[in-house]
Design a protein around this ligand. Structure first.
Ligand code: UD1
Length: 417
């Protein structure tokens, strides 16, 4: 079994270049199914989830090539309508092909998703919205099957600004008849990037980045080239790591405006955050101050940065309270962190964190992408040796995680145990 092996503590120092955003690349890939012509995506991160999505597209009949960080997709041929359990169970984001397949083929059959172990993640909002657009769903044997003649533009009010539901609906609306309006839409930068991609291909969409997105259906999309935005979660992870290890790290090639609140929180914790165009330097020279933090949809504090923030606060000078509002089971890794000497108590969706002076290295297990990265970060802060098992989770979302950390001075490797 493989593990990240980390010998700490090490203050991270140096520069790290930020990769393209996982959550943007995956959606542009799914949206390529709407395009019966060549799609070129640049700055695509080389991570396992991208490979999995490429397999989904290939299974459906698209041609996919991946060289360096450039991905080309050609979905101009005949497409299949079924995405099997073997692929969907490995990655929940596979459900983003539902809207595009319904729009393009008028039918789709999809295994119900599995994916991260971070709580029950239903797809009711996706299905309700698509039903309003005229799709009919049945579900049996673990599969959901949808049919629609031509989808119709309607007004959909989302009960919660779900990222995935917003994306599925706007992708479905692109080829629908008439105008689709999504109210209480998610505002995440990845949605704005998906819209930029689709507009480049000929879609007519306004309002991305606001709670109301309007999509005017068109008959067909065409060839497009698009560069994926920088990964704000990757950037935030290294920024938090800089502060937690009391280091000095420059994040290169990012969009600082996508991390406004996380950077303010790092300043509140005592860090110096020097922002310039496309670059941010983060310095810290003492134990962090305590913070209260609440995760919320964008532009609130991102749930994906909650686990690394928990590691940072586990060493703060006093107690902090962290409230998780987006995913119910995202505190599952707390027991692992407590094995490293942290003092964290979970009460429902609140975590009470009593800072300790120093974590201590221990063998732990990564339950999902972000918690896995956070445990490695714990190892960088801890005295002695930490082994983080199931490192594959981290490789799903972080391009060359160990290599980038080593370039910042960390003693970390992936070893066969
Ligand atoms: C995306 C991101 C994930 C991030 C999350 C929130 C990708 C591939 N993943 O996930 O990294 O943590 O946004 O920023 O982009 N929900 C429902 N019914 C639905 C859909 C969602 O109840 O039909 C609930 C979920 O269970 C969860 C909450 O809404 O509690 C947020 O989910 P959502 O915004 O849809 O996240 P994802 O798109 O799955």
């Amino acid at each position: 079994m493989n593990a990240f092996v980390v010998n700490g503590p090490t203050p991270l120092e140096g520069e790290v270049r930020i990769s393209g955003a996982k959550n943007s690349a995956l959606k542009a890939m799914a949206a390529s199914l709407l395009v019966p012509a060549k799609v070129t995506l640049d700055r695509v991160p080389r991570i396992t989830d991208v490979t999995l999505m490429a397999q989904v597209l290939q299974h459906l009949g698209a041609r996919v090539e991946f060289e360096q960080n450039r991905l080309t997709i050609d979905a101009s041929g005949d497409l299949l309508d079924e995405t099997p359990y073997e692929l969907v169970k490995k990655m929940r984001a596979s459900i983003q092909v539902l809207g595009p397949l319904l729009a393009r083929l008028g039918r789709a059959r999809l295994a119900m998703p599995g994916g991260d172990a971070i709580g029950s993640r239903p797809i009711d909002l996706h299905l309700q919205g698509l039903e309003r657009m005229g799709a009919k769903f049945t579900s049996q044997h673990g599969y959901v099957e949808g049919v629609a003649d031509r989808l119709k533009g309607v007004r959909v009010l989302l009960e919660f600004p779900s990222v995935g539901a917003t994306e599925n609906l706007l992708m479905a609306g692109v080829l629908a008849e008439g105008t689709t309006t999504i109210e209480n839409a998610a505002r995440e930068p990845e949605i704005q990037d998906l819209v930029a991609f689709l507009v480049g291909a000929g879609a007519r969409i306004t309002g991305a980045g606001t709670p109301t997105i309007t999509v005017e259906g068109v008959d067909q999309l065409g060839e497009v080239r698009h560069e994926i935005i920088p990964d704000r979660i990757e950037a935030g992870t290294y920024g938090i790591a800089a502060v937690a290890t009391q280091g000095d790290v420059s994040l290169i090639d990012l969009r600082p405006e996508h991390l406004e609140l996380p950077f303010i929180k790092l300043e509140d914790a005592g860090a110096e955050v020097i922002r310039s165009d496309g670059e941010v330097r983060i310095r810290m020279s003492r134990r962090p101050s305590t913070l209260d933090l609440v995760t919320l949809p964008y532009p609130g504090f991102p749930t994906d940065l909650q686990p690394p923030m928990m590691v940072l606060l586990s060493q703060a000078e006093g107690p902090s309270i962290l409230t998780e509002n987006v995913f119910e089971a995202r505190f599952m890794f707390v027991d692992e962190l407590n094995r490293m000497g942290a003092r964290i108590r979970v009460e429902g969706h609140h975590a009470v964190i009593r800072g300790v002076e120093r974590l201590s290295g221990a063998p732990v297990r990564a339950p999902d992408i972000r918690a896995g990265a956070a445990l490695v970060l714990g190892g960088l802060c801890a005295e002695g040796r930490t082994e983080v098992y199931d490192p594959g989770h981290v490789g799903r979302g972080y391009e060359d995680f160990a290599g980038k950390l080593r370039s910042l001075g960390a003693d970390v490797s992936v070893e066969e145990r």
